[in-house]
Design a protein around this ligand. Structure first.
Ligand code: ASP
Length: 483
């Protein structure tokens, strides 16, 4: 039977969802309610104006007239981001809003959000076991302790440096383009104090380091505290390799079997993406209107531009100056793997081809290739790291209506790095990891719905950059090995 490829299905889901949402937004996103009966005791009259973004609630008591505004992008002092915040300040206004104030678009949108939220829950569900089994398989697949020890430091140093460079590029681009802010001139005013933290940068960094060491690894698993999970799993893998023998063998088999199952499960969930996308994008467009779609276009461009800078400027410079290789020749040699990575959106699936290209076409030794590439496919993901950073900053811009302060961006950079380490080399893994960074940045998970719509295309691009980063890593490590 003819079946449309998944990315087309997702695109169709996005188009239908956007149309439904926009239609709702255009036709049913405004309601005016003037109330004078059925009001809570002590209130003489109330007036609620609910439009696509803002809601104004005004009520009159004997003593005073109270006006409250709910504004998801909080730009006025005295506005509230959501009903929960409003309720903390003024329970009466929150009750009025819930009973009388929601326009049809918002009510229907809330249902869309709940249904789409089921899909996001499933992604959350697979995150922890997927990270653990994928990392263990990557590390235990490396072979004996001797080999692991020798090249380890240089390889890891390369991975970390290039991933950080990628993230920095991503953050620079997204700070310049500001895809989530549109051309709203008065946007970057308020709320900085809401999201900026009063801690100093050194405190923040130290807290991150502290979070990496779990006082209780099992508690970290259930919390879930992703940074601790990633760090502990890597340590566990390395020591399993050190112990060696049948112990390492058993853990390797167990992890590989677990990874196979988790991968199948993730793929099955991803098959639901078109429906998830449909509902989530319909929710966002129904409640926020056409601006979101425009912002999404800018976001897409930002990610692509930043990936292009990393792949076509930063990496070639490293190849040229550090590995002493011609970037064009090297790219030509690796082109089959890069194209496969692009079309499969999976570093793991591309791995056999990457290995054979690096040895047979790029002339790197088997020793280097078989160490750097399998580990790289799991933990070195420049494209994914960059993408995570851009996506989260974009979501924050959309959500808060301002750019995040520098200290918050540093936290996002560090978390994006670890998220890219933890991401499995399979399609859409970056999306699963996004949950982590959103949690760390205190952003609502359903905002992921917006970027989900264009995830597949970006996944293809970032996977090609991931594989390119691994391949360049081989060239760099090989140069120092053969000295
Ligand atoms: N698909 C990517 C890879 O396999 C991971 C991701 O989703 O970012 O490299």
């Amino acid at each position: 039977m003819f079946r449309l490829a998944l990315h087309w299905q997702i695109l169709i889901g996005m188009v239908i969802g956007s149309l439904v949402g926009l239609l709702l937004n255009l036709t049913a996103s405004e309601s005016d309610v003037f109330l004078d009966s059925g009001l809570p005791a002590g209130i003489q009259s109330a007036e609620i104006t609910d439009s696509s973004r803002l809601t104004e609630i005004q009520y009159v008591t004997e003593a005073e007239t109270v006006k409250r505004v709910i504004d998801p992008l909080v730009k006025e002092p005295g506005s509230f981001r959501n009903v929960t915040e409003l309720r903390a300040e003024d329970a009466i206004a929150a009750d009025l809003y819930e009973r009388f104030g929601q326009s049809t678009a918002k009510q229907v949108g809330a249902w869309f959000k709940r249904i789409g939220g089921l899909f996001l829950r499933m992604l959350q569900m697979v995150a922890v076991p997927l990270i653990v089994t994928s990392l263990l398989t990557g590390i235990l697949g490396l072979g004996g302790a001797d080999e692991v020890g020798r090249m380890f430091t240089r390889t890891i140093a390369y991975y970390l440096t290039t991933s950080m460079l990628a993230i920095t590029t991503g953050l620079l681009v997204v700070n310049m383009i500001r895809p989530g802010l549109g051309n709203d001139d008065d946007a970057p005013r308020a709320v900085a104090e809401n999201i900026g933290s009063s801690e100093s940068l050194s405190d923040i960094l130290f807290n991150q380091v502290q979070a990496i060491i779990p006082a209780n690894p099992l508690a970290a698993l259930t919390a879930p505290n992703f940074l601790s999970i990633i760090a502990f799993t890597i340590a566990f893998g390395i020591f399993a390799v050190r112990v060696g023998g049948t112990t390492a063998e058993r853990i390797r088999n167990f992890a590989a079997a677990g990874f196979d199952v988790m991968m199948a499960m993730t793929m099955a969930i991803i098959r639901l993406a078109p429906i998830g996308v449909l509902f989530l994008i319909a929710y966002v467009t129904a409640t926020q209107g056409i601006d979101v779609i425009k912002a999404l276009g800018w976001y897409f461009l930002s990610v692509v531009l930043a990936l292009a800078i990393h792949a076509a400027v930063t990496m070639p410079l490293i190849l040229w100056f550090v590995a002493r290789r011609s970037p064009t020749d090297f790219a030509r040699a690796m082109s089959p793997a890069l194209l496969t990575a692009f079309s499969s959106a999976s570093s793991n699936a591309t791995l056999p081809l990457t290995l054979s290209n690096i040895e047979q076409r790029a002339g790197v030794s088997n020793k280097t290739g078989s160490f750097v590439l399998p580990l790289g496919a799991t933990i070195n993901m420049d494209g994914t790291a960059l993408y995570e950073a851009v996506a989260v900053l974009f979501i924050a811009q959309l959500h808060y209506g301002v750019n995040l302060p520098f200290t918050q961006q540093v936290i996002i950079a560090v978390t994006a790095l670890l998220a890219s380490v933890g991401a499995a080399g399979i399609p859409h893994a970056g999306l699963v990891m996004m949950v982590i960074i959103l949690q760390v940045a205190g952003l609502p998970l359903e905002m992921q719905g917006v970027i989900l719509a264009v995830d597949r295309l970006l996944d293809m691009a970032r996977t090609a950059v991931n594989v390119w980063g691994d391949a360049c890593g081989c060239a760099v490590v090989e140069r120092f090995e053969t000295q």
